[in-house]
Write a protein that binds this ligand. Structure first.
Ligand code: SF4
Length: 389
């Protein structure tokens, strides 16, 4: 049997709800490099089958709590060094003020982001914690999350490799949490590779956090970074690692497929951005590997073509803020929500606003948080239109 016939057979199997093997996925990838149309149409059919004609987003405010970080990834422009203008060490008062503003803008999500354990490396971070009355960044995050809930917002924390105890405490006030797997390859942590100076990005360390979140039944967002020097096999293995976690725990609520974009003042500033055709193939592979998963691309990182990804399997745009920049990708502003809605509509999809936790995972969320969500929730478990528009 020739390879193209095998390709068609494997893709038909996916449509019949059969799990696809690693060998079949590699074969599909190799065939799609020459002609991706069959892969794209299968991804599109699966998307239609499981996600209908809606595309979701989360209306958020980005809280750049502290951007000092003990690690260094070669592509990162988020991390600051002491003395740099972009440094962020938010005080309790600043957090409160931004929460008030977020509420005024009718944001739903309070996204809390920090660098990796900043107090393990920087005296400035230890002083900042002391001034605000906390012993650790995690403790500060717990306080901030509780305040957000009190003020009617729904926290989603993304603070790197939190330990199991901290995850458990944060779970009480966070409706979901996030950590990017980035890539499962050890090779990317070797000398000269993007994660060489980032111990927290070692696949084993990342997987441990995701395993803990699974054991605790926390709705988790994870994802992969595409175009940082990985091989296609490594990207396939990374998606398969997420599928394995999902099969074991069932708590992965969405997968972000993020395209690398080079940033000024980083080691990788001359590295090319992820090739769009390759990126689309990876997105479509994610859909056929996990047909029911919520799959997201950040629209600001593909400003001229994001709507075309609706035809290769995505069903979510992630968090979009009408109020704060994307501090992780400050060169790429988020599209205006109205524009996003129009572009989604032009592509044949209806934009809907979701909570930071997807409806499929509401049973994972504590009663107190669920009661607060119900105030602005519609019959589909999404945010009522009159609240976010
Ligand atoms: S990507 Fe995260 S872990 Fe890596 S340097 Fe930036 S803030 Fe630190």
């Amino acid at each position: 049997m020739n390879k193209l016939v095998l390709n068609s057979e494997s893709l038909s199997n996916v449509l019949e709800n059969k799990t696809i093997s690693r060998e079949e996925i590699i074969q599909i990838y190799e065939n799609s490099e020459k002609n991706p149309s069959e892969l794209f149409s299968t991804a599109q059919m699966l998307r239609e089958k499981f996600k209908k004609r809606a595309v979701t987003f989360s209306k958020k405010a980005f809280f750049n709590i502290v951007n000092l970080c003990k690690d260094t990834c070669s592509y990162c422009t988020y991390k600051a060094e002491p003395g740099e203008e972009k440094i962020s060490l938010m005080s309790k008062q600043e957090i409160k003020q931004l929460l008030i503003l977020a509420k005024k803008y009718r944001c739903v999500e309070a996204l809390f982001v920090t660098g990796e354990h900043p107090e393990h490396r920087y005296q400035e971070a230890r002083d900042w914690l002391k001034t605000n009355g906390f012993k650790s960044t995690a403790e500060y995050l717990i306080h901030s999350s509780e305040l957000a809930v009190e003020m009617g917002l729904f926290p989603h924390t993304n603070a790197g490799n939190l330990n199991k105890e901290d995850l458990k405490e944060l779970q009480k006030s966070n409706v979901s949490m996030g950590i990017m797997l980035e890539n499962i390859s050890e090779r990317l942590t070797k000398k000269g590779m993007p994660h060489y100076l980032a111990a927290s990005k070692k696949p084993k360390a990342r997987l441990e956090v995701l395993e803990h979140a699974g054991e605790l039944r926390i709705p988790m967002t994870t994802g992969i970074l595409v175009g940082i020097g990985e091989t296609p096999i490594e990207i396939i293995d990374s998606i398969l690692a997420i599928r394995k976690l999902q099969e074991k725990y069932g708590n992965i609520q969405e997968v972000i497929v993020q395209n690398f974009q080079p940033k000024p003042d980083t080691v990788m500033n001359n590295f090319p951005s992820a090739n769009e055709n390759y990126f689309k193939i990876v997105v479509a592979l994610a859909r056929i590997i996990m047909p029911k998963m919520n799959i997201q691309i950040p629209p600001n990182l593909s400003p001229n073509s994001y709507h075309s990804f609706l035809t290769v399997g995505i069903n979510d745009w992630g968090g979009i803020s009408p109020l704060t920049p994307d501090y992780v990708n400050p060169e790429f502003s988020w599209p205006e929500i109205k524009k996003l809605e129009q572009n989604s509509k032009n592509a044949g999809f209806e934009l809907k606003c979701r909570f930071p936790v997807y409806p499929e995972f509401f049973s994972y969320v504590g009663k107190e948080l669920r009661d607060k969500m119900k105030v602005i929730e519609d019959e589909e478990g999404l945010v009522r239109q009159e609240y976010w528009q």
